[in-house]
Design a protein around this ligand. Structure first.
Ligand SMILES: Cc1cc2nc3c(=O)[nH]c(=O)nc-3n(C[C@H](O)[C@H](O)[C@H](O)COP(=O)(O)OP(=O)(O)OC[C@H]3O[C@@H](n4cnc5c(N)ncnc54)[C@H](O)[C@@H]3O)c2cc1C
Ligand code: FES
Length: 259
């Protein structure tokens, strides 16, 4: 459970193919981390890159094959090592509920953005929250981790842009029917995914007067607040002050003021 301040090799215990471009790597190790925190993953001859925690025990990373490092990771087999540094950054805030109380957490993810929400959903359910999960993708075969969210007991809403399953449209199209059906109004919306999706979700949150926590993605190099490459807004460092921020929907980036 100890953190890895320096890159620490962890062997791959299992690999799950999630869709045509995404695999989950289940590592032989565990980490004490908040949902929404990330690790830096490294392979020899590559730059290390940040990845969200889909699970912490065992440590699991859900990775889309999009470029040099992610492609190299996709070529690995069971028994190979990935060097892990972390956990890093600030995660989602999930208030503890008083005994006998319940609350409703609404989680909305697109692309590999569903990965950190799986770990968040598990924690929220353990704390006594009702959890609704909206997963969006272009088409049915792109949807990620659907069975994992079903298995742990979230109320699941799917959206696809081509209408191949679930609601035809974007993740935000699931929000009105979900709110109409919910017996308890969500107290917080937690979201992770492409920037445009985060902004659209934040705008709906503002219109509905529900606070939104977003996991923001910026290019990272050091992951620990030293290089400045992940600056967002006026002086916020995504790796240190985020990646999870409360979102101001009128901004392109998550903050208007300096820290
Ligand atoms: C906080 C944080 C958490 C992250 N968590 C995850 C995670 O859980 N899973 C994951 O797969 N990635 C995650 N990423 C992205 C990851 O860090 C890398 O950027 C990604 O794997 C690409 O690295 P690369 O070296 O393979 O390719 P790069 O050279 O970095 O990218 C290759 C090309 O693909 C583009 N690209 C990058 N990402 C995507 C994408 N998702 N879809 C389409 N094009 C893309 C880039 O703009 C570039 O043009 C996260 C990033 C951040 C900041
Ligand atoms: S990645 Fe270096 S300061 Fe954030």
């Amino acid at each position: 459970m100890s953190p890895f301040p320096l890159p620490n090799p962890l062997k791959i215990a299992a690999i799950k193919t999630e869709n045509a471009s995404t695999k989950t790597f289940i590592l032989d190790g565990k980490l004490d981390a908040q949902p929404g925190q990330f690790v830096m993953a490294w392979l020899p001859d590559h730059e290390d890159k940040p990845f969200s925690l889909a699970n912490v025990d065992p440590l699991s990373l859900t990775i889309a094959d999009v470029g040099p490092l992610s492609h190299a990771l996709h070529q690995l087999d069971i028994g190979d090592s990935i060097w892990i540094r972390g956990p890093l950054g600030k995660g989602y805030t999930l208030p503890t509920l008083s005994t006998g109380k319940t609350a409703h957490a609404l989680l909305i993810g697109g692309g590999y953005g569903v990965a950190p929400l799986l770990y968040l959903a598990k924690q929220a359910l353990q704390l006594g929250y009702q959890v609704s999960m909206v997963i969006g993708a272009r088409k049915e075969t792109d949807l990620l981790l659907v069975n994992d969210f079903k298995t742990i007991g979230t109320s699941l809403w799917l959206t696809t842009e081509d209408g191949s399953t679930g609601i035809r449209g974007l993740v935000t199209d699931a929000i009105p029917p979900l709110l109409a059906e919910a017996s308890i109004r969500p107290t917080v919306v937690y979201t992770c995914g492409p920037t445009g999706m985060l902004q659209a979700v934040a705008a709906v949150g503002a219109a509905e007067n529900i606070p939104v926590q977003v996991s923001w993605e910026e290019h990272m190099r050091c992951g620990i607040g030293l290089c400045g490459s992940c600056e967002v807004g006026e002086g916020w460092l995504t790796c240190l002050d985020g990646p999870v921020f409360p979102f101001d929907p009128v901004m392109v980036s998550p903050h208007t003021t300096t820290p």
